[in-house]
Design a protein around this ligand. Structure first.
Ligand code: MG
Length: 161
């Protein structure tokens, strides 16, 4: 049996009026969007960290420091693709991704397939390998109060033979 490695990622961004809400590279219509140095795509950041974690290649801040003007307003799919390339260069391929976005509103269910397809494309895998779940925080805490969004991801890599 080939070696399988698991990685975990988590991210959080503040919500602000007038910012685009971009999740997995897909722009979701909303009055509030995520604030950050890049496009603040909380889902792509969590998955990027999970891939880096599975390959023991550090974290997203190490590879894409927010002090670097190069990444200002950056499309976070670039981070996803780069993490995949780093993992592949180490001889790994992505088996599957399981992820969750925790956001009070808007409702995301109509965007699930578009986001899965976009993430799958960036990672060079079939969309059937990308799971995406949505939750609210039941009006509790900063996420529940609509002040922020969070995302969690787990990724499995296997040694490409
Ligand atoms: Mg982030």
């Amino acid at each position: 049996m080939s070696e399988v490695r698991i990685g975990q990622g988590w991210d959080s961004h503040r919500l602000a009026p007038g910012r685009p809400l971009i999740l997995g590279g897909v722009r979701v219509p909303s009055e509030f969007g995520l604030e950050g140095h890049s496009d603040a795509d909380v889902l792509s950041h969590a998955i990027t960290d999970a891939i880096l974690g599975a390959a023991a290649l550090g974290d997203i801040g190490m590879h894409f420091p927010d002090s670097d003007p190069k990444w200002k307003g950056s499309d976070s799919l670039v981070f996803l693709r780069h993490a995949r390339e780093l993992a592949e260069a180490r001889g790994y391929r992505i088996v599957n991704v399981d992820s969750t976005i925790i956001l009070e509103r808007p409702r995301l269910r109509d965007y699930r397939e578009a986001i899965r397809n976009k993430v799958a494309e960036a990672l060079g895998v079939d969309p059937s390998r990308i799971s995406l779940k949505f939750k609210t925080a039941e009006r509790l805490g900063p996420v529940g109060e609509g002040r922020s969004a969070e995302s969690q991801a787990i990724v499995a890599l296997e040694a490409a033979s």
